[in-house]
Design a protein around this ligand. Sequence first.
Ligand code: ATP
Ligand code: MG
Length: 467
Amino acid sequence: MIALTLAEVAAAVGGTLDGADPQTLVTGPVEVDSRQLRPGGLFAAVVGERVDGHDFADRAVAAGAVAVLATRPVGVPAVLVEDVVMALGRLARAVVDRASGTEVVAVTGSAGKTSTKDLIAQVLQRRGETVFPPGSFNNEIGMPLTALRVEDSTRHLVLEMGARGKGHIGYLTGIVPPHVGVVLNIGTAHLGEFGSKAAIAEAKGELVEALSTEGVAVLNADDPLVRPMAERTKARVLLFGEHPQADVRAADVRLDATGRPSFTLITPAGSAPVQLRLYGEHHVSNALAAAAVAVALGMSVDDTAAALGEAGALSRWRMEVVDRADGVTVVNDAYNANPESMRAALRALVSMGGRGPERRRTWAVLGEMRELGEDSLDEHDAIGRLAVRLDVTKLVAVGGRDAACMELGARNEGSWGEESVLVSDADAAIELLRAGLQPGDVVLVKASRSVGLEKVAEALLVDGAAR
Ligand SMILES: Nc1ncnc2c1ncn2[C@@H]1O[C@H](COP(=O)(O)OP(=O)(O)OP(=O)(O)O)[C@@H](O)[C@H]1O
Ligand SMILES: [Mg+2]
């Protein structure tokens, strides 16, 4: 963090000092978890669902915090404010305002924010020091915590911005105004909370509304709800995707036998071949978004392509591929699921299975996709049908009514019972897989986060290690 005195912190957040020396320097990190603190840090006492940060103030100070951001005196040096979360935002703004040489890139969309944020950061690291969050960190707490890690030497700050409703992205861009804003797609994630896809687009588009005339809006040319966002921004627009009018495109997209895409990256500044290390065709779109950001910031196409080819999967349970000693491949994509990512994962699974006489048996162990609102049954039905159309060897639908609907979709599409099966929970899925897996099989495990299907992938890997 760019160092600030406690007096400067208090001024930035509109707070008052309690038992604290105004000249004490805060060098960071700022943390909401008292166990993460280091000397020079600042502890933000956030009140959570289960714990109240104020109860951990003394522990944070013992760990090195020079003060606590709190709403009431806590017996240790504090900066008192009305609302700690709002204060975090204001403090982040103060730090980012002092980082005049830092270019801010923000990513939003329904699916792929974390994957794309990780790609953008890995590409931009070639150009200069880059701060970006681990995992998602995309809300009113995680995003400012990330921004607060900026140093004088930071060239890029790459942020993920999430929304559960109207105004959320506007709030985040108010804290850290981005130079480059990326909108990936408008899908059905959190449809239940928003009510309609148009409402989701309305909310995500707040990102490009926040850009200035010097900024760049990186928009998905293939998404009918993202492309029109060009009308909502003052910034220069750079389109990516398959659409012929896209500025940054991929030609000759292929998946190799392990499900990793390669393509020719085409940009206004030239073309270059790219071979990704990530699994699944959906990463082509994410990689194009990352390439558009890099090109917008002036990176050469060759450097961009090389960096994309070196980028690995930084965040866990997103298409995490592990080969067991017996030749069974486990693809753990249990981090989350929505209809778009289910389709992408099924395609990746099938390409990993390969073709012809060498073809491997493919298992899609799919749990329910949550928060889909009234479309839920139709969407589950469509995934079941797609599994059959793609010729997945066996669909294992895990869960209750929605899973039953997925399995029924598979049957209605022509599965003969052997091709699809419904089980009630993760344990039943594990039992079924243990009985049925053969060396060489490929197993995809995927569901919404709250289903907890990573348990299945983990059990399969433990089995593999025991052999
Ligand atoms: N471009 C894409 N289109 C569809 N699905 C994708 C895309 N990129 C990634 N996914 C899939 O979406 C799921 C979530 O990926 P990721 O964590 O990157 O998204 P996210 O938008 O950050 O999600 P969250 O809202 O939970 O933070 C993963 O299962 C991944 O395989
Ligand atoms: Mg995320």
